[in-house]
Design a protein around this ligand. Structure first.
Ligand SMILES: C[S@@+](CC[C@H](N)C(=O)[O-])C[C@H]1O[C@@H](n2cnc3c(N)ncnc32)[C@H](O)[C@@H]1O
Length: 347
């Protein structure tokens, strides 16, 4: 790790180290380094007040420099590694967690902190050893629900393969939506499916629901998305997992509105609709594509279970559908959550 340092003659190392430690200026998890001229570089914190150096006994040869140091990370978080390297106020605004998608880490940080991106990325790659690229940016946006990301560290690759329950899922972090926190939800839905079902996985993204369903059941899922990169990733994943799939996944590159126009009524046993800010608008068009007894799993953003029940009851004919259950799936914003509502068609 590249850090500022103080250069001293070999005989003075112990004395200067003690001095720097007593002032909290030494980067403790990094080793001092012997340089080719026989002097020694001691790693110090980025915000070290250089007037401190002047307090050192005059006999020492000391000057400021930058060197690459070998640093240990045992038991340390990436934020621990950043302590002293970036201002305290900035550190407080950086979240403690980040997503690891395959071998790529993605961290949400405010735009004005992007100038610290390289240091943050380097610290993340040191605690998550399998990470080879780090991207920083904000939350999902746009019609493809893709995050706006900036590459801040490591190889400039955006494609990776993420594993969920042993399934290999191809993801392009710059061009497709993927949220590793949904892995359990993908599995939960697949476990509800019975052999022989016909499923519509609307707004499928890179297709994790359909892949899980096909891995557990001999069922057929139409996986529909209008993002060509997402459908390309899904096709790659079907190829990578072919020995694990009992069922079929039919990737459909299409606007869900067009798909619903061309499919017959009363055909699907189950419809998955994971587009939380908009899916509810599509429920009326989906409702008569479902056979009687079939289930819609619709995801939506709301404050409470009661509000979700109210919203979904208004979106369907209440005499034809019953709300079977409402589950909280993810945090979305302060006091706002992503819920899943399960609706059964009765008539
Ligand atoms: C939340 S993401 C996908 C989530 C995915 N089911 C998962 O679990 O990872 C929503 C997806 O809907 C797609 N999308 C949005 N509006 C669409 C539409 N009208 N037709 C087809 N796809 C749409 C976006 O491209 C995006 O991939």
């Amino acid at each position: 790790m590249r850090l500022p340092c103080v250069r001293v003659s070999a005989k003075d190392v112990e004395e200067v180290l003690e001095f720097l430690k007593s002032r909290g200026a030494y980067v403790r998890n990094c080793k001092v380094k012997k340089l080719s001229d026989g002097s020694v570089a001691i790693p110090v914190k980025e915000d070290l007040d250089m007037s401190l150096i002047k307090e050192l006994p005059a006999v020492l040869v000391s000057e400021s420099c930058y060197e690459d140091f070998v640093c240990g990370t045992l038991g340390l978080s990436f934020k621990d590694l950043l302590t002293g390297l970036i201002p305290e106020g900035v550190l407080r605004r950086i979240p403690s967690s980040y997503d690891v998608i395959g071998d790529i880490a993605v961290i949400n940080i405010p735009e004005d902190l992007l100038e610290y991106g390289r240091l943050i990325g380097e610290a993340i790659s040191r605690v998550s050893r399998n990470v080879r690229a780090v991207y920083a940016g904000s939350y999902v946006s746009g019609e493809y629900r893709v995050r706006e990301l900036k590459h801040v560290f490591g190889d400039p690759v955006s494609k990776t393969v993420h594993k969920e329950y042993g399934l290999r899922i191809s993801v392009d972090v710059l061009r497709t939506y993927y949220n590793p926190s949904l892995a359990e939800e993908h599995r939960r839905i697949a476990e509800l499916v019975n052999d022989g079902e016909l499923v519509a996985d609307l707004f499928c993204g890179v297709g994790p629901f359909s892949l899980h369903i096909a891995s557990l059941r001999n069922a057929t899922s139409y996986a529909v998305d209008f993002n060509p990169d997402a459908i390309k990733c899904l096709i790659e994943s079907i190829g990578m997992n072919r020995r694990k799939l009992k069922g079929r996944v039919v990737p459909v590159l299409c606007d869900v509105r067009d798909f619903l126009r061309i499919v017959s009524d009363d055909v699907f046993d189950r419809v998955v609709m994971n587009l939380p800010l908009e899916a509810l608008e599509y429920v009326p068009a989906v409702s008569n594509k479902l056979r009687v007894g079939g289930v819609i799993h619709v995801y939506l953003v709301s404050y409470s279970v009661e509000e979700v029940k109210h919203l979904v009851s208004n979106a369907v004919n209440p005499s034809a559908f019953s709300v079977v259950s409402v589950k909280r799936v993810l945090d979305y914003a302060p006091r706002k959550y992503v819920f899943r509502a399960d609706l059964r068609r009765n008539a």
